[in-house]
Design a protein around this ligand. Structure first.
Ligand code: FA5
Length: 353
C-alpha cells in the first residue's frame, strides 16, 4: 500500500495517473489476500473512505492544469472501478467461505441413530393400573365418564339439593354454558346405574377438578377412583372387608388405618377411612397438617335416594360406594411429601419411578 500519497515535486496529470494505477494494483493484491470480512472492511475504509488513500489521490485532480484533468480523471475512474470490483468479488467469496464453514459446523446428520431417553409412565398412572388390577381380581368392572359434567350428575342425582350446604364442600369450576368440571368421580356412579343391571361392581378412575387453594396435600387437579357395588343385602361389613383387602394388597405391609363417621349426602352411613401418615409415621408433619393422619378413602352405604334416581329399587337392592384419593395413595406408598411434585413436570422427580 502506498505510504506517501504524492511524490515530491510538481504534480502532473501523468504522475497522478501513474500513482493511481500503482495504488489500484497494490490495493487489488491486498484485497485479494484479505482473509476475513472484517479485514476487508478495514481495507475498504483505508482506500475508499472519506480520507482514504484513493479518495485523497482523486482530490488532487483539482490541482492539475485543466487540459490534463480529463485523462487523469479517466485514470482515477479506472482505479476506483478496479478497487470496487475487486472488493465486491473478494467480499462475495469470503461470505461464501464463511457460510460453508458455518454449515459444516451445523451439519445435521439425518441418519444418526436416535439416542432419545426412553419415556416412562407417570407414578399416578402406574398406581391407577395397579388399583385396576386389584379390583378387577375382585370382580369389579372398570368404567369411565366425562370430565365435563352436568350439575345434575355431579350433585343433583347424588342427593345434593340445589341449596344443599354440602355443595360448598367441593368448590366447583363452572363452564360458561352452565356445566362444570367434575369435582369428584361420583357422577360416574350415576352413569353406571343407568347402564349396568344389578348386581354389579364397578370402579371408575379419573381426573377431578376443584377451585381449591393448593398445599402439600391439596391440588386443584387430582385423581380419584370411584367404586360402587350393588347387590342384595350389602352391609358395612362387606364394605370394610373389601377396603381392607384392597389396602393390604396395595401396601404389601401393615399400615395403620382408622375408620370414623363421615358425611356425604349420597351415602348413609358414611365413613372416613384415614391412613396413618407414612411421611412422619403419625408424629405430625406438613403433609398431614400435623394431624398424623391422611384422609384417603371415604366410603359408605349407597343412599336409597341415589339408588332410586339411578332407576334401582332400594327395597330390593343395596350397595356401597367409595372414593379413593389416588394422588394421596401414591404419596403414602412412595413417601412423597408434597402433592405438587406430580404436576411439576420435573424430570428429576419423575425419573425416580
Ligand atoms: C369425595 O370426593 C366423595 N365423592 C368420595 C366418596 C365417594 C364418598 C363415594 C363416599 C362414597 P372427598 O372430597 O373427601 O370425597 O374426596 C375424596 C378423597 O379425594 C379424599 O379423601 C382425598 O384423598 C382426595 N382429595 C380430596 N380433595 C383433594 C385435593 N384437593 N387434592 C388431592 N386429593 C384430594
Amino acid at each position: 500500500m502506498v505510504d506517501r500519497l504524492l511524490p515530491d515535486g510538481a504534480l502532473t496529470g501523468m504522475s497522478l495517473a501513474a500513482q493511481l494505477e500503482s495504488l489500484a494494483q497494490e490495493a487489488q493484491r491486498a484485497l485479494e489476500q484479505a482473509s476475513s470480512l472484517a479485514a476487508l472492511e478495514e481495507l475498504q475504509h483505508r482506500l475508499l473512505g472519506k480520507k482514504g488513500e484513493l479518495s485523497e489521490l482523486q482530490k488532487s485532480l483539482r490541482d492539475l492544469p485543466a487540459e490534463e484533468r480529463p485523462a487523469a480523471g479517466q485514470a482515477a475512474h479506472r482505479a476506483r472501478q478496479l478497487v470496487e470490483e475487486t472488493l465486491h468479488l473478494r467480499r462475495e467469496s469470503l461470505k461464501a467461505a464463511e457460510l460453508r464453514s458455518r454449515l459444516a459446523a451445523e451439519r445435521y446428520d439425518a441418519l444418526r441413530p436416535l439416542s432419545a431417553p426412553i419415556g416412562r409412565l407417570h407414578p399416578i398412572t402406574r398406581m391407577q393400573m395397579e388399583v385396576e388390577d386389584i379390583f378387577s381380581s375382585m370382580g369389579f368392572e372398570i368404567v369411565d365418564g366425562p370430565e365435563v359434567e352436568t350439575d345434575e350428575n355431579n350433585f343433583g342425582k347424588l342427593n345434593f339439593s340445589a341449596d344443599h350446604p354440602a355443595r360448598d364442600m367441593q368448590d366447583t369450576i363452572w363452564t360458561s354454558d352452565g356445566n362444570l368440571l367434575r369435582t369428584h368421580t361420583s357422577p360416574i356412579q350415576v352413569r353406571a346405574m343407568q347402564v349396568m343391571q344389578p348386581p354389579f361392581r364397578m370402579i371408575a378412575p379419573g381426573r377431578v377438578y376443584r377451585y381449591e387453594e393448593i398445599d402439600a396435600s391439596h391440588e386443584n387437579t387430582f385423581h380419584q377412583v370411584e367404586g360402587m357395588l350393588v347387590d342384595r343385602e350389602v352391609s358395612a361389613a362387606n364394605l370394610i372387608f373389601i377396603m381392607k383387602t384392597f389396602l393390604s394388597q396395595v401396601f404389601e405391609r401393615d399400615v395403620t388405618v382408622r375408620l370414623r363417621p363421615g358425611y356425604f349426602p349420597f351415602v348413609e352411613p358414611a365413613f372416613e377411612l384415614d391412613i396413618q401418615c407414612l411421611i412422619c409415621g403419625g408424629k405430625g408433619c406438613r403433609t398431614c397438617k400435623q394431624s398424623g393422619w391422611i384422609e384417603l378413602l371415604p366410603c359408605g352405604l349407597v343412599h336409597p335416594n341415589v339408588l332410586r334416581s339411578g332407576g334401582i329399587d332400594p327395597a330390593k337392592w343395596s350397595g356401597f360406594a367409595f372414593g379413593l384419593g389416588l394422588d394421596r395413595l401414591v404419596m403414602m406408598r412412595y413417601g412423597i411429601e408434597d402433592i405438587r411434585h406430580f404436576l411439576s413436570g420435573n424430570l428429576r422427580f419423575l425419573e425416580q419411578f
